[in-house]
Design a protein around this ligand. Structure first.
Ligand code: OAD
Length: 391
């Protein structure tokens, strides 16, 4: 094949099709489903790409040559400028073989990283997540609720706020501590790379670690503030922490004076957490669309992605943007380019170690000399287990 002389007329025809009609049309017209490796190589040469790009084709599989062809086209500046290219790129990830080295290089170059986080980023601090084996919902069996999520249900709270206050202490944030993952998000912010952190967490630790309010969307609200359900007066969240610790229902002192015994909810203060049945903050809806269109890397971390609308965010992001999962458990039914399975603090420690000293995470538990084992996941493709090496 390397002795093959490209046909100038064919080259003109192929390139015209690509530039004017885009990659999809080109593939549809010139790449049959059962194309041979030799024919793919001819296409590469007839498009005017150098022989060197396929010079070791004897050792490549047909799929690899097809990958080379697509990648040459996607990186071709002439094709790149055409409108059809961007249409294609929006739906097809150019690097289906996304790897850890590629992620490292993207972390270095990315400027608009979206982090979508959940309860798993706080479990290392002793706050339970919700749906794990020993998560909060598993700890609520004694309440005999048909659905443990009812403890965060607005209708149920209005009927009897004491149920929520009997368990809220279990998810109360610890004073003055945050996890290495929280510090990693702060590091992304300090490096000017954080577009937004969409967190489902209510512990408010993102604010405590220093994520700027403009960079943070607390999709489910937080313990950071609380409001009286009668007069809507707003309080600093910590004002009701003692009540929460003692499992008492806090009440607003102004409304308390006019308490009507018959109305159980009168003057009750509720943390500004978004309960099921309540709307998410307006900021979420205002920023979601533009953020999805501008982000250049998505990191989903410590969440089972079970709760809407956060679980659908990744479906709104153009397919050309790499999406990476960092989680203790795989989420096989969602389409990630790369899944790094392990404790999130360990995973980011490994990644930042690989990136060098300028990426040291400012956290007391960050030890740059820690070593990790990285192995392909036994069940799922594009997934790796990352585990701290025993010392
Ligand atoms: P879940 O409990 O559903 O999922 C937590 C995920 O984090 C699981 O997939 C765990 O495997 C993973 N995980 C736990 N510890 C981890 C660690 N150290 N490192 C990495 N991964 C870890 O929690 P969320 O997805 O956050 O709503 O739940 C979403 C919403 O459901 C919550 O915001 C909450 C709940 O109902 C409200 O509070 C209103």
């Amino acid at each position: 094949i390397l002795a093959y002389q490209p046909d100038p007329e064919l080259m003109q025809y192929y390139r015209n099709t690509l530039v004017n009609f885009g990659l999809m049309k080109f593939l549809k017209d010139f790449v049959p489903e059962r194309i041979t490796k030799i024919d793919l190589c001819r296409l590469v040469l007839n498009l005017g790409y150098p022989k060197e790009s396929i010079s070791n084709q004897r050792f490549l599989t047909t799929k690899q040559v097809a990958g080379i062809l697509v990648s040459l086209i996607l990186n071709d500046p002439q094709v790149n400028q055409s409108q059809s290219y961007s249409d294609f790129a929006a739906y097809h990830h150019p690097t289906s073989d996304y790897t850890i080295p590629k992620l490292l290089s993207d972390l270095t170059s990315a400027k608009k990283i979206m982090v979508i986080s959940g309860a798993g980023i706080s479990t290392s601090l002793g706050i339970p997540d919700f749906r794990s084996f020993k998560g909060l919902y598993a700890q609520l069996e004694h309440l005999n609720l048909k659905d443990p999520q009812k403890v965060f249900d607005m209708g149920a709270f209005q009927k009897d706020p004491s149920i929520f206050y009997s368990i809220a202490h279990l998810v109360l944030p610890p004073e003055g501590r945050f996890s290495m993952l929280h510090s990693f998000i702060k590091l992304l912010q300090d490096k000017g790379k954080l577009l937004r952190n969409y967190t489902q967490n209510i512990d408010n630790l993102e604010s405590r670690v220093g994520i700027h309010p403009d960079k943070l969307i607390q999709c489910h609200g937080s313990f950071g503030s609380a409001s009286c359900l009668t007069c809507s007066n707003r309080f600093a969240g910590h004002k009701i922490f003692e009540h929460i610790r003692h499992q008492h229902v806090p009440r607003c002192s102004t409304c308390w004076k006019t308490i009507q015994e018959a109305v159980i909810i009168h003057g009750v203060i509720k943390p500004d957490i978004t309960f099921f049945g309540e709307d998410l903050p307006k900021k979420f809806y205002r920023l979601l669309e533009p953020d999805c269109q501008t982000c250049d890397l998505v990191i989903v971390v410590g969440t089972s992605l079970k709760v809407e609308p956060v679980s659908s965010i990744i479906d709104k992001i153009p397919r050309s943007v790499p999406r990476v999962l960092i989680n203790k458990d795989p989420i096989p039914d969602r389409d990630f380019d790369l899944s790094l399975i392990g404790l999130c603090d360990d995973v980011v420690c490994h990644l930042t170690r690989e990136l060098g000293a300028s990426w040291d995470i400012p956290h007391p538990n960050f030890v740059p000399s820690t070593e990790f084992t990285v192995t392909p996941h036994e069940l799922y493709s594009k997934s790796y287990n990352i585990v701290k090496k025993e010392t």
